[in-house]
Design a protein around this ligand. Sequence first.
Ligand SMILES: *[C@@H]1O[C@H](CO)[C@@H](O)[C@H](O)[C@H]1NC(C)=O
Ligand SMILES: *[C@@H]1O[C@H](CO)[C@@H](O)[C@H](O)[C@H]1NC(C)=O
Ligand SMILES: *[C@@H]1O[C@H](CO)[C@@H](O)[C@H](O)[C@H]1NC(C)=O
Ligand SMILES: *[C@@H]1O[C@H](CO)[C@@H](O)[C@H](O)[C@H]1NC(C)=O
Length: 845
Amino acid sequence: NKCGKRWHYQENNCHPLFLSLYVDKLPLSIRVMLEATIRNCDGVYTKEEDVQNILDWQQQQNKAEVPFSPARVLLQDFTGIPAMVDLAAMRDAVAKHGVDPSLVNPKCPTDLIVDHSLQIDFSKWSLKNQEMELIRNKERLQFFKWCSKAFKNVNVVPPDVGAVHQVNLEYLSRVVQLSDGFIYPDSVVGTDSHTTMINGLGILGWGVGGIESEAVMLGQPVSLTLPQVVGCKLVGSINPLTTSIDIVLGITKHLRQAGIAGKFVEFFGPGVSQLSAPDRTTIANMCPEYNATVSFFPVDQVTLKHFKKTNFTQEKLELLESYMKAVKLFRSYEDPSEDPEYSEVIEINLSSMVPYVSGPKRPQDRVAVGDMKEDFQSCLDEKVGFKGFHISKEKQEIRVPFLHCGQEYQLAHGSVVIAAVISCTNNCNPSVMLTAGLLAKKAVEAGLVVKPYIRTSLAPGSGMVTHYLSTSGVLPYFNQLGFEVIGYGCATCVGNTAPLPEAVVDAIKQGDLVACGVLSGNRHFEGRLCDCVRANYLASPPLVVAYAIAGTVGIDFEKEPLGVTSEGKEVFLRDIWPSREEVQQTEEDTVISSIFKDNIECSDSVVFPWDPKSTYIRSPSFFSRLSKELPQPQSIENAHALLFLGDKVTTDHISPAGSIARVSAAAKYLLSKRLTPREFNSYGARRGNDAVMTRGTFASIKLCNRFMGKPGPKTLHIPSGQTMDVFEAAERYQRDGIPLIILAGKDYGSGNSRDWVAKGPYLMGVRAVIAESFEKLHKNQLVGMGIMPLQFLPGQNADSLELNGKERFTISLPDTLSPRQQLSVQVNASFMSTHVNPDLCSTFQ
Ligand SMILES: *[C@@H]1O[C@H](CO)[C@@H](O)[C@H](O)[C@H]1NC(C)=O
Ligand SMILES: *[C@@H]1O[C@H](CO)[C@@H](O)[C@H](O)[C@H]1NC(C)=O
Ligand SMILES: *[C@@H]1O[C@H](CO)[C@@H](O)[C@H](O)[C@H]1NC(C)=O
Ligand SMILES: *[C@@H]1O[C@H](CO)[C@@H](O)[C@H](O)[C@H]1NC(C)=O
C-alpha cells in the first residue's frame, strides 16, 4: 500500500486464490472500497480487520463500521471557500512557527468547482449593482486561482457561462488515478449535492459535510457502516418513443417503491448497455429521491466510449481499460456469469416504460401516449372536471374555418395552437433535447411542416443547451419548424409567448373549441398558457414537436400519419423518430466539450496575501493558538451555559443560511466595514468570512432559548444578568476567560449539514454541548471541531436534574477518552437563582 506496507494475504489466512474467489462474488462498488482500504491500510486510520470486514461483506454488511479513503475530494465553491480559507490560514500559522508554509497541502487530491455561488449571485443581479458584484466575485475568483497555484493537489475549475454540472463532473473524472507510481480506481467524496451523479460513470462517490471533506483532504478516511448493496437488474428493451427522461423517471419510481434508503444500488443485467453514460449519470443523480447512498454503474464499453469524447488520450483509455479489467472492475453486462451476489435483487423490465403525457388540466393526470386519442375523446364526453369538458355529441365534430396570412385553415376540438419546447435543467438531459432536435431535422427532411398559426417556441435552459443544439446542427431545423429561441430558463418560457393570432382566438370562441397547448417542462402548469386554451398537456420535447406537426392531440401515432407531404406521401412518427443510437452518437459528439478558460490574474506567493478590506475572504482565527506540540484534551472548568435549548434544535437555528437581518450582530459588523444593507449578501455567500459567520451563529429568529421569554437570537449573559445577542454574550465570556457549554434537548443538530454549524460555536468559545440526543452527522462535526458532544444518561435531561442553566459546569477529563465513556459533570449551583422558563420550543411549535 501507499505507506510502503505490504499486504500479506497469507498472513491473514487469505490465499490469493481464495481472495479471488471472494472478490468475484463482491458487488463492484464494494470492490472499489476493498481496494481503497487495502491501499490505505496504515494500522491507524485503516486497519487489517477493516480489510477483512470488507472481504466478509456477505456477513458483515450493515454491521461492521469501515473506513473509506476516497481517491479525491470534490468541493463546490459554497463549501469550498471555507475549506480553502482554512488551509490558507494554516500556512500562515506554520509560517509563524518558522516552518516552510509550502508544506501545507491537501493530502488528498482536491477539485474545486467554482460555478455555483457565482451563478446564484448572477441570478440576483440587478443592473445597478452589477459592477460591484463583479468586483466581489473577482475577489473570490482570485483567491481560488491562488489556491490552484499555491497548493499541490488542488485543481480549480473556474466558472464558465454554461454551468452544467454534468460537464464539469465528467471533465474532472479520471476513472483511474495515477499518482506516486500507483494506479488505482477513482472515487470521490464531495460537498456538492450532485456528487452522486459521478456513480453513473463507474466512479464511487457521495456527498459529505464540509468538515468531513476537510478531514478527507487532510488524509483521514470517512467512516461508514458497510452498506447493503441492492442489485438492480435491467432487462427488456427500450420502447422507441421512450425518451431518456421517461426511463430515468420510471427507474426512479421503481426504486422509490422498493425502499432502499441508506443502501447502495448497483446496476447489472443485459438492459444496462442500452443506457448511455448521460442516462446513467442522470439516474445516479436522482438517488436522493429514493434515499440510496449511491446508484453505481460499473465501467463497461459504454463508459469507455463516452470517455473517448472527453480529453482522454488514447494511451490513457487503454490504460484505463486494461487496469479496470485486471482488477475486475470492468463489466460485460451481457455475461451473467460475472454477476456478483447482491443483498437483494430488484428486476426492472425496460419494455414496461412507455412514454406519457400529462393533462389536460393537472400534471398528475398521466396518459400513455398510445392512449392519447381515446383519452382526449373521453375528456370531451365527460362532465366538467379535471378530466372533462362536457361537449355535447353533436358539437364534437365541429370544424371552424379561418384565414391566417391569406390562407384558409380549420380548427377542431383537440387542435394544437401552442407548442413550447422548454428545457429546464431539472427535467431535461441533453439527449432529450437532442432527440427533439433530430426529430425536427428528420421532419423537415421528410417535407413536413408545422402549421403557421401554431405558436411555437423554444426555451433552452441555458446557453449551454443552445450551444449543443447549435453544434449538433439541429437548431436550424427547429427554426424551420417555427421553434425559435425566445429566452432562457423555465421562468421565461411561457410568459414570453406572443399572443395567439386574433383569427385563431375568434375561431376557438366561435366553435367553443377545446384547443390545446403542448409544452415540455414541469413548471407553470397552473399558470395556464392562455385563457382560450382549455387543455394543456405536458410532454417530452420530441413529443411537443410531434404534436405540433400533427396539429392535434387526437392522434394515434401507431395508426395515423403525422402528416402528409406536398407530394401526398404519408409520414408516420416512427419513420422520422431518431434511434437511441443516433441520439447517443450525436450527444457523445457534441455535448461533451472542453470548457476550460483561464484568464484571472493572481499572486504567486506561498502564503495568501489577505486583503484586510475584503469582507468575503478573511483569515479565520482557528490556528491562532497553534503550537508545535500535539494538543491534549483539557478539562472544562467552571463553564457557563451560553444557551439553554429545548428539543429539535436544527442546523438552521445554529447557523442560518439566508439573508443577514439588519439588526443582527453580523449586520453591525458589515456596517462597521462601511457596507450598506443592500450589499450585505447572504450568510451563504459570506462563508469565507469567519467574522460574519461567527456572528451569524445562533442568529436565527426562531431560536428558542429557555433563558428568554420568546424566540429570537438573544441570550442571558449570566454574570451581568443582561440580555444581548448570542454573539455579544459569547464575546464577553471569552474576554473574561470563561469557557462555555450549551444545554440542549433531543435531536440536537438535525437538518442540513453545513460546516459553520460546528465552526461557529467553536469560535464562540463553546467547548461542550450537553444534549439528550444528537443528530449523528452533527455529532461528527462537533467532534471534528473539538467540541465535546455529551449526552445525558438515558432518561435524564436538564429538567429531571433540576438544572436551570445558570449553574457553573466543570467537566474533568480522564487521561484516555473513548466513545460512550461515562463522564461526570460537576455542577456548582451556589450561583443559582430560581426562575426557569419552560421549554419554549414545545410551546412555539
Ligand atoms: C419485458 O416486458 C415485455 C413486454 O411487457 C415482454 O415481452 C418481455 O418478455 C419482458 N422481458 C423480460 C426479460 O421479462
Ligand atoms: C427519504 O428520507 C426522508 C428523510 O429521512 C424521508 O422523509 C422520506 O420518506 C424517505 N423517502 C423514501 C422513499 O424512503
Ligand atoms: C482534462 O483537462 C483537465 C484540465 O486541463 C485536466 O485537469 C485533466 O486531467 C484532463 N484529463 C485528462 C484525462 O487528461
Ligand atoms: C462555585 O461557584 C462559586 C461562585 O462562582 C465559587 O466561589 C466556588 O468556588 C465554586 N465552587 C466550586 C466547587 O467550584
